[in-house]
Design a protein around this ligand. Sequence first.
Ligand SMILES: *Cc1c(COP(=O)(O)O)cnc(C)c1O
Length: 706
Amino acid sequence: MQKKIISLKELTKNLWWSWDTEAKKLFKELSPLLWERNNHNPVELLRHISNDELAARCYCKYTGKIDSVYNRFEAYINEKDTWAARNAPELVKNPVAYFSAEFGIHESIRIYSGGLGVLSGDHLKSASDLGINFVGITLFYKEGYFRQYLNHDGWQMEDYPLQYPESLPIEKVAGPDGKDLIISVNIAQSEVFAQAWSLKIGRATLFLLDTNIPANESHYRNICYRVYGGDQNMRINQEILLGIGGVKLLEKLDIKPAVYHMNEGHSAFLTLELLTTELSKGVPEKEAIENVRSRCVFTTHTPVPAGHDRFSRDMMNYSFDRYLSLNGISMDDIMKLGTEDPYNLNGYFTMTVLALRLSRAANGVSKLHGEVSRSMWQHIYPGLPVSEVPIGHITNGVHASSWTCGLTDTFWRNYTCSIDEMTSSREAAEAVLAKVSDEEIWSLRYSLKRNLIDFIYRYLANQLFHQHPHPLYNDYDMMRSEKSTLSPDILTIGFARRFATYKRAPLIFSNPDRLNRIINNPKMPVQIVFAGKAHPHDDAGKEYIRQIVEYSRRPQFNGKIIFLENYNLGIAKRMVSGVDVWLNTPVRPMEASGTSGEKTVLHGGLNFSVLDGWWPEAYNGENGWAIEHAENIKSLEEQDHFDAENLYTVLENQIIPTFYDRNEYNIPTKWIRKIRNAIATIAPEYNTHRMLRDYVMKYYLNRKEN
Ligand SMILES: *Cc1c(COP(=O)(O)O)cnc(C)c1O
């Protein structure tokens, strides 16, 4: 019995459980209430359960389940016959070191802000599943990203609850001498120390650097308080720690990466550290640069010039003062690697430019984004035509088993072995679909929508309680109206993402009267669920939230348009599994890829999106809907107007009628045909297993040079 408890505790220490339905159930069954209250964090769950209660539970039939889950976990960890062992043995021997400022692994570990982090987390999980030797590098953010709540006026408020190491499955990394491993980086005039934590994610390890230790002055302890927190100075400090500190950590641990992968430019200083190491060995500069380039690859994510980190020469001088003098390098040497204009070493240092110059390969994250990036950075490659700018693309995916909710996972498991199997090829997906009837798919949709609506009621009760100062009046009236209106019979649209303004969350409100007629059509009603956070400094994004909340409180929309607070991985999963249609309305081509729409597909959700990011590649006319693209649009206003018209027209003429077009058994057969087409064409392609195999074959393996 003691052994079972030990197994259970072992399971909490590896995030493998987060993409295993049975493992998750094991924790939930222990205490559904504590599981909810502790944000699905098994470490906290076990901390709150007494030993007596745990022992009592482990005497019942629950015990057998612990064994079966634990055995599968052990088999997973020890598996030798992996995809990588068969296809890329080089990458089993030496790891890929993947640097990212954020990782979205699970809602209980708040070290991410949005899509970039979710991608990093999914990347890590797939690398583990495929058996690639893989380490991630990031920072340990003590306050993480903020928790969002709305005030009475619908304005976003932020709070920053601390996250404590003892509440998380992280452990201090020990050095070869068995003591806590401490590294240091030079920032401005100081030596700044960082301790390392590690987090197990299947077979992969994520290292987190943490300057919040007594050895540092207080302003350096704060470097990793918040994800993207603070000013430019904080930013450069975080990036020095991530890039340079990360390389030093790997050295201290004697980890010799086959590849350094920079996920976005934040970590590009890692190339400087690799370069100074080469130079200090006496390697001539040109050769040293080549040596660094041969080991680095870079993924860019930002299709707008202003979105890239740039630091002034003054700031570079200040921050690298000690680094330069200790390493005997001049600021000119560094500036020439990062300026966009090689004739002006006094301008700005651009992280993306450094990463491009010091990588052997670079890529955007969708076909369209690859094209945009090539023209955006052509000036870095004088003399090359746009088509030859060396930036390729690999389209982003999602980690299918992480993004499949328990109900859906069980549903598909009844027809096949696993989600991975089902998404391994179009043929595999079609073979499974052939075994499933329309009625079964429709019944799954109903269960999922019921779950979402039930969740919304419970969640809103809490949310409305603090939004309204007089709960006895407003809240209960509001709750009652909401309770009576949300229904699984109604076509449900979801929209959730960061509230960056280019994503245009309020586009669907462009014509409120028209939207009113759509939502309140008695024969074919529609309901919409929104969620999303604006960056704390982004007042325009917060204004978008306020507008949507204000609309949602108008009598004609009340209870039919819902805004859920505090978008995170957990809310995302609820939403993508429950909604019928996932709406996406960015200004083209500003969505580098987008991934949230890929999450909805296995649940039978359909995408309705501007032809931006991943969607132009995936959309085939039958697997969802598009807001078509128009050439020759002159202004943003014109673009908004054009896209909104298009959005309404497709909704009114195609989406809504198809959803409500039923056969004699009340089944929307045309709708379900689209669901089938979406699952067959999207799920096998837009997942991170496919994405990782592409990274391995195109970028991680450097076979032609070997
Ligand atoms: C998937 C996801 C994102 C990314 O969504 P996009 O469609 O790429 O904007 C952002 N935040 C969370 C919490 C997610 O789960």
